[in-house]
Design a binder for this molecule. Structure first.
Ligand code: SF4
Length: 361
């Protein structure tokens, strides 16, 4: 049968068999998928690209090769292994889910999966389809883009989502998906990631090039349309690098709940909407010392942009709230990306004391 006479679902599967991406969490063709690897990769891939996830996935699989192994370690160990991937609530939920699944097993339906911590509608559908072959089509950002274009849905998001979900359901009902639900979900992801890219869709290489209505109308790159974004607010803070003669740095643990909950940080001020005048910021310094301004770190969170002033001081002995960490062991701490930026700034400013290069990139 020529590919032009196949249904959308069948032609996409045909394309996938020749062009699938080789990713470390994917089972090779003909090998049943490992639900633990599927679940772990789907949680890691939330808000993160496959390229960024690959090294973390390899480390996790080596250190925590099963639900039971992950459930058996303390949360701090999971947070430390996750450090740098961002969105740390995911790591805490990952650990909570591992403990539930180690005791009760992993459910197989999207509805039951969505009741586990950190698993929303999309992730539940992805795990059910890929790990257990349930014929559902998970709709993530890639799939939204591909289906909006295939059907030339010109309404702006989020209003367009109802039509996009209908298109996904129609695909899930195609007989060729019934026996290959996992492959089909991954084929859609691959099409979005490698061909139907956001800015430059590679329509000539696409298995849907003849059927695609946006390509025919010459509007593919402009879809999906989005409602204008609200301006992201800006917040400000100051953090303090305090080192001692023994080569330690002062750290503290953030409260267990809330943004970056349970992660490690350099001591600092609250993050607020007004910039901190230096004199006011220094009142939050962990102890009296000669503080030097090192510069500013900027970091983008989902809902706001953060600017942090970083100050450094060196004392003989640290006497302040928090805990001491040898500078050479900072890489093992659960420092979120924004704090790693602060530490790197301190390393660059005082290379003899801070031992540059000790942190992970
Ligand atoms: S033909 Fe082009 S726009 Fe349409 S689905 Fe394929 S890559 Fe996307």
């Amino acid at each position: 049968m020529s590919s032009s006479s196949l249904s959308d679902a069948a032609s996409l599967l045909h394309w996938y068999d020749r062009h699938r991406r080789d990713l470390p969490w994917r089972a090779p063709p003909g090998i049943p998928p490992d639900p633990y690897r599927v679940w772990l990769s789907e949680i890691m891939l939330q808000q993160t690209t496959a390229a960024a996830v690959v090294p973390y996935f390899a480390r996790f699989i080596e250190r925590f090769p099963s639900f039971a192994a992950l459930a058996a370690v303390p949360e701090a160990e999971v947070l430390a292994a996750w450090a740098g991937l961002g969105y740390y609530a995911r790591a805490r939920n990952l650990h909570r889910t591992a403990r539930i699944v180690a005791a009760q097993g992993l459910p197989r339906t999207p509805e039951a999966l969505a009741r586990l911590p950190g698993i929303g509608t999309y992730t539940a559908a992805a795990i059910a389809a890929i790990a257990f072959g349930v014929p559902v089509v998970p709709v993530d950002g890639n799939v939204v883009r591909v289906l909006a274009r295939r059907h030339a849905i010109t309404e702006s998001l989020p209003g367009a989502l109802a039509l996009i979900h209908s298109a996904a359901q129609a695909l899930a009902a195609d007989p060729s998906v019934a026996s290959r639900a996992g492959d089909f979900a991954q084929a859609l992801f691959d099409l979005g990631a490698t061909i139907c890219r956001p800015a430059e869709p590679g329509c000539v290489l696409c298995p849907w090039t003849r059927a695609c209505r946006a390509r025919a109308a010459g509007i593919a790159a402009s879809l999906p349309r989005k409602a204008p974004k609200p301006v992201r607010p800006h917040r400000y803070g100051a953090h303090f690098w305090l080192a001692d003669d023994a080569g330690n740095v002062l750290l503290r643990r953030r409260p267990a709940s809330g943004l970056l909950g349970g992660m490690t940080e350099l001591p600092g001020t609250a993050w607020r909407s007004d910039p901190w005048p230096i004199a006011e910021a220094l009142k939050a310094a962990p102890m009296k010392a000669t503080w030097h301004p090192l510069g500013e770190v900027r970091h983008g969170f989902t809902h706001f942009t953060l600017s942090l002033s970083v100050f450094a001081a060196h004392v003989r002995h640290i006497r302040a709230d928090g805990f001491l960490c040898p500078a050479a062991a900072l890489a093992d701490e659960a420092l979120p990306s924004v704090m790693r930026k602060c530490v790197r700034l301190a390393e660059q400013a005082s290379p003899g004391r801070a031992r540059p290069g000790m942190l992970l990139p």
